[in-house]
Write a protein that binds this ligand. Structure first.
Ligand SMILES: NC(=O)c1ccc[n+]([C@@H]2O[C@H](COP(=O)([O-])OP(=O)(O)OC[C@H]3O[C@@H](n4cnc5c(N)ncnc54)[C@H](O)[C@@H]3O)[C@@H](O)[C@H]2O)c1
Ligand SMILES: [Zn+2]
Ligand SMILES: [Zn+2]
Length: 346
């Protein structure tokens, strides 16, 4: 079968690789119908994720149809359409029983990381019963790919950890797919104000379309001053960091109001300054989280009920044999205005 294979830092290619087979009784082999590319795949290609070995098929997001099943899988049957979670979970270990699937002792982030992923014609999904979700009747399957990773990430790491509340004030620093996923799901709670900060006017325009009450281009003005001005000098109850660099974590420390939360979502590659000398008396909390995808079935229900529409996040569509073009478009997002590119079986 054809697959996008990581070849070491800076290297990737579409190659013929063996089609996966059921290896454990709890596995499913899924024919991919739709997949996408994540900022994390670009991190891998930069060499930022050494735990991903050259030779690995990339991709941890996808919707597909079950091709074969191990003997212990009981929730699904061959031919079922399924949403694949970016996090695999056994459902039995201590972490799974605390809903911390990201730390599952035999799961976690495996796909497109430590085992072959979804940017291929077929993928083997371990712990199939507890790592996939049935596609609801009549759902737009391409849009559901947004529920494999970015929507649960924005919601769990940003909105839930950030304690977004009715009437509250929220700032989201970073308007990439994950920041925008936080923006969409923050609106479940009717905060009074959602301020989105980014350097890219195209993304800020998207943010306004998706419900931001205010946008700030931090390349043109001080984000801290702008957010203070928009909040009567107080700052925000929830500051969501959705970039992953010291500068944006710094902004969050400057804009959090007394009693507020800094909810870190970004993957940080280097250390950041922690300004305890100003924060110590502000009664704030700082949270971190690797997405658990524990809210996926709830998010699926909101999509079916049309309370959440992930389709607007899709900016480009490709077929599997255009994978290299899809990567090129996604990697040059500032020029191409790409948010999420969907790659579908040809
Ligand atoms: N915690 C988790 O489980 C988890 C899961 C998935 C992704 N992530 C991380 O979330 C982060 C966001 O992901 P994404 O796919 O949206 O990334 P992205 O790179 O597409 O988006 C980042 C955005 O930040 C903006 N930006 C960059 N520098 C900035 C600055 N100095 N000030 C303001 N804005 C700035 C960019 O213009 C861009 O729009 C990444 O670090 C990603 O690795 C975390
Ligand atoms: Zn991802
Ligand atoms: Zn587990």
């Amino acid at each position: 079968m054809k697959a996008l294979v990581y070849g070491g830092p800076g290297k990737k290619s579409v190659m013929d690789v063996p089609k996966p087979e059921v290896e454990n009784a709890t596995d499913a082999v899924v024919k991919i119908l739709h997949t996408t590319i994540c900022g994390t795949d670009l991190h891998i290609l930069k060499g930022d994720v050494p735990t991903c070995q050259p030779g690995t098929v990339l991709g941890h997001e996808g919707v597909g149809v079950i091709e074969s099943l191990g003997s212990a899988v009981s929730n699904f049957k061959v031919g079922d359409h399924v949403l694949i979670s970016c996090i695999s979970s056994c459902g039995r270990c201590e972490y799974c029983r605390r809903s911390m699937y990201s730390h599952c002792t035999s799961g976690g982030w495996l796909l497109g990381h430590t085992i072959h992923g979804t940017q291929a014609e077929y993928v083997r999904v371990p712990h199939a019963d507890t790592s996939m979700y049935p596609v609801p009747q009549g759902a737009d399957e391409a849009s559901l790919v947004m529920l494999s990773d970015i929507l649960p990430t924005g919601f769990e790491c940003g909105v839930l950890n950030g304690k977004v509340a009715p009437g509250g004030t929220v700032a989201i620093v970073g308007a990439g797919p994950v920041g925008l996923a936080a923006l969409l799901t923050a609106q479940f709670y009717s905060p009074a104000r959602i301020i989105v900060v980014d350097l890219d006017d195209g993304r800020l325009e998207m943010a306004t379309r998706f419900g931001a009450t205010d946008v700030v281009n931090s390349g043109r003005e001080s984000a801290a001053e702008a957010v203070k001005r928009l909040t009567e000098g107080v700052g925000v109850d929830t500051a969501i960091e959705a970039v992953g660099i010291p500068a944006t974590f710094g902004i969050c420390q400057e804009i959090v109001a007394p009693g507020g939360v800094i909810a870190n979502v970004g993957v940080h590659g280097s250390k950041v300054d922690l300004h305890l000398e100003t924060l110590w008396m502000q009664n704030i909390a700082i949270t971190t989280r690797l997405v658990d995808t524990q809210t996926t079935s709830m998010l699926l229900k909101t999509v079916v009920a049309k309370k959440l529409d992930p389709s607007g996040l899709i900016t480009h569509r490709f077929t599997l044999n255009q994978m290299m073009e899809a990567y090129d478009t996604f990697a040059r997002a500032a020029q191409t205005k790409a948010l999420k590119v969907v790659i579908s079986a040809g």
